[in-house]
Ligand binder design. Sequence first.
Ligand SMILES: Nc1ncnc2c1ncn2[C@@H]1O[C@H](COP(=O)(O)OP(=O)(O)O)[C@@H](O)[C@H]1O
Ligand SMILES: C[C@@](O)(CCOP(=O)(O)O)CC(=O)O
Ligand SMILES: [Mg+2]
Length: 329
Amino acid sequence: MVTASAPGKVYLFGEHAVVYGEPAVPCAIELRAEVTVTQREDGLRVQANDLSLDGFTVEYDGDASGRPDIDVSDSLVDAAMGYVNEAIAQVEDAAGVEDAGFEVQIDSEIPLGAGLGSSAAVAVAAIDAGTRELGVELAPEEIAERAYRVENEVQDGQASRADTFCSAMGGAVRVEGEDCRQIGTPDLPFVIGYDGGAGDTGALVAGVRELREEYGFAADTVEAIGDIVRCGEQALADGDVAELGQLMNFNHGLLSALGVSSRSLDAMVWAARNAGADGAKLTGAGGGGCIVALDDSPETITALEYTPGCEQALRAELDAEGVHTEGHR
Ligand SMILES: Nc1ncnc2c1ncn2[C@@H]1O[C@H](COP(=O)(O)OP(=O)(O)O)[C@@H](O)[C@H]1O
Ligand SMILES: C[C@@](O)(CCOP(=O)(O)O)CC(=O)O
Ligand SMILES: [Mg+2]
């Protein structure tokens, strides 16, 4: 039995545009997904207590159909189970085995589909735990690359390496295409506002792709997000938190123009700004879920808690720890 954990993340800048080769800067946060993998005689058995479909907690055996016995559409089931199933396929590929039997248990502090990278954290931790259970030890960079393949597969060939590299390595990272590196940052206190909702990453990415193909100015908007990231790198190097906040605000406006914000995300962004945060933007795919604010005032959490549509507000520290095992017996 091996347990591994990996962190979620917030995007300082660059989500969506990173899918088209622009740079992005995600930062790992101290909310983690823990995955325990145990070899078993036959088949795959998954226990995911935080994942519910149609009100049912998901627990499934990889029987002939490979599907849990619940009354929801195939596409919803595929979306829910895809990350774990593909991660196990990567484990088998890395270890050079076929049809290994596994019991997989997932315990996660990261809300699902909320832009905090739960899918990447689960994929990264599952690959680390699964390969170690088979006696294979992968470098974090290889775990990141294999977890990227998981996201790319589940998101229909539309994923960047940003979430998975960040989750595997920890800290702040810069990702541009295949160029992935860790970067230093000044002390960045984050406040997260969560509306209790979720967005469908694959569908939101596809929506941006269509806009980008249809309108030149949407393609320009994606490029402009890349320009913001390039300015942001200088602000990070200078430790200029006020400038970082300003750039986050601009980035949110451009994401909104690309159609991936929502009423509750906008409300939380404005509440944080009005309470004195240096800047605020949605994080991740959008549609619903979380905003991240660069917090300069203790009032920001309270202001968010009183914002209609906000279900939870919390402080989140940068997590320097990427994927690691919790115990190996
Ligand atoms: N605790 C969990 N247990 C099982 N699957 C999970 C868990 N957390 C995330 N996932 C998988 O990740 C998907 C959400 O990923 P995604 O839509 O990319 O949103 P995000 O990465 O922003 O949380 C879920 O539908 C599920 O397949
Ligand atoms: C929209 C995107 O840039 C980030 C998605 O993040 P999340 O899954 O919503 O946490 C997609 C990607 O980079 O693969
Ligand atoms: Mg995701």
